[in-house]
Design a protein around this ligand. Structure first.
Ligand SMILES: Cc1ncc(COP(=O)(O)O)c(C=O)c1O
Length: 412
């Protein structure tokens, strides 16, 4: 093998303004490059406890079981769904984009009886629509997506916890894309389980997924307790409900790894944990509400700039996530060519979309470390230049003027 062909990693400079991943905060990168320690070193278990405490702050919860699931965001989703859903359980999924379909797909693999309601992409559900479906289906769990990145819409969750409580339904949300950039009140909104991702508003690198579980959710999982042979002792009693059909994603064993028993389950992804810890520190130092306000400020500045450029946006703006905007690709413009030129000539990445929106909508993110004025202005200026170069004429400078006007009202 000619090793000269495999140079040291030296990625090109990019400004990541898509729907995630985004550029990680340099403080997170520094934390991730720290030397490893053993998984039961008191320093490591102390870091694990600190991560639990810090993420309770970000999730706005008192839940003891607030921890990380190693793997990308969908590892957090799968761990919760596999641990909560028994084969044959009924679940209800309100689908308003690709990630609602992902919840259905994972629930099906848990052998759930999956029921869906749907609205057109670009819209969200009213609490009444969800309550009516709960009355009809009588599910054991309601599985929601808070921010569906594929459509850029944010499903309001505030009223759903009360509805779930009324009908004895467990309430889960996938907050991968919305977490820390939009309000999420785990306890006040009555959520039983939430999972998130690092590579969006948290400003980190994908590879571990913060989750939180309510005491009710813990009780459901504990009933399915089953400790693997080789580590179980006489003191370990199996639960009286059906076992969880995954070892890696068995939240019972994962809780015992993060808890005082320190059960030897997996080997915690140390560098990912260091990064996740720094992300939470950054967010709580800024203040969660201040960070959400920052996402709104820069998200709105991008929106104004895009509108100033004369482009149409996608979806019902009343329900747009603070941190990502859908932009309708103008007729006659080759969306992929624009993205290629943005990347090659400006080093800026913006996203395309999935399924019915592929080739019709770009998605531009302003999140985490990149929810900043300079990132917004650079992206608008590059997009305007590329569009004009390709023959789609805009009023030159109008986008930047609109964004500047917006900043003049609340500069950061
Ligand atoms: C809402 C939502 N859920 C789940 C995922 C899957 O995340 P990951 O790719 O980190 O597994 C994404 C990724 O973009 C997402 O936006």
């Amino acid at each position: 093998m000619d090793l000269a062909k495999f140079s040291q990693i030296n990625p090109p400079q990019r400004l990541l303004m898509g729907p995630g991943p985004i550029n990680a905060d340099p403080r997170v990168l520094r934390a991730m490059s720290s030397q490893l320690v053993g998984q039961y070193d008191p320093a490591m278990t102390q870091y694990m406890n600190e991560v639990m405490a810090l993420y309770r702050g970000v999730f706005r919860t008192e839940n003891q079981w607030t921890m990380l699931i190693d793997g990308t965001s969908r590892a957090g989703i799968e761990a919760i769904l596999l641990s909560a859903i028994r084969p044959g359980d009924k679940v209800l999924v309100p689908v308003f984009g690709r990630f609602g379909h992902l919840l259905c797909e994972i629930a099906r693999r848990c052998r759930a009886e999956v029921h869906t309601i749907e609205v057109p992409w670009g819209e969200v559900f009213s609490p009444d629509q969800i309550e009516d479906a709960i009355k009809k289906v009588q599910p054991r769990l309601l599985l929601t997506v808070q921010g569906d990145t594929s459509t850029t819409m944010l499903q309001p969750l505030e009223e759903l916890g009360g509805i779930c409580k009324k009908y004895g339904v467990l309430f889960y949300t996938d907050a991968t894309a919305s977490f820390a950039g939009n309000a999420l009140e785990t306890d006040a909104w009555g959520l039983d389980a939430v999972s998130a991702g690092m590579q969006k508003c948290l400003g980190g690198s994908s590879g571990t997924s913060p989750v939180t579980l309510s005491p009710q959710m813990e009780a459901v999982i504990r009933k399915r307790k089953c400790i693997e042979e080789g580590i179980r002792t006489a003191a370990h009693q199996d639960g009286d409900d059906e076992m969880i059909y995954s070892n890696y994603f068995d939240l019972g064993m994962i809780m015992d790894y993060w808890g005082p028993e320190r059960l030897n389950h997996h080997t915690e992804a140390t560098s990912a944990l260091f990064g996740a810890r720094e992300c939470a520190r950054l967010i709580l130092e800024e203040g969660l509400d201040n960070g959400i306000a920052r996402h709104k400020l820069h998200g709105d500045a991008l929106l104004k700039g895009i509108q100033g450029m004369g482009l149409e946006t996608f979806g019902n703006l009343k329900y747009k996530m603070n941190n990502v905007l859908g932009v309708v690709i103008p007729p006659g413009v080759n969306g992929d060519r624009v993205r290629k030129l943005m990347l090659e000539d400006f080093g800026i990445e913006i996203g395309t979309s999935f399924g019915p929106l592929h080739g019709k909508v770009w998605r531009i993110g302003t999140m985490g470390y990149n929810a900043r004025k300079d990132c917004v202005m650079q992206t608008l200026s590059a997009l305007e230049s590329v569009l004009n170069w390709l023959g789609f004429k805009t009023t030159q400078g109008a986008a930047m003027q609109s964004a500047w006007d917006h900043y003049a009202h609340g500069s950061r």
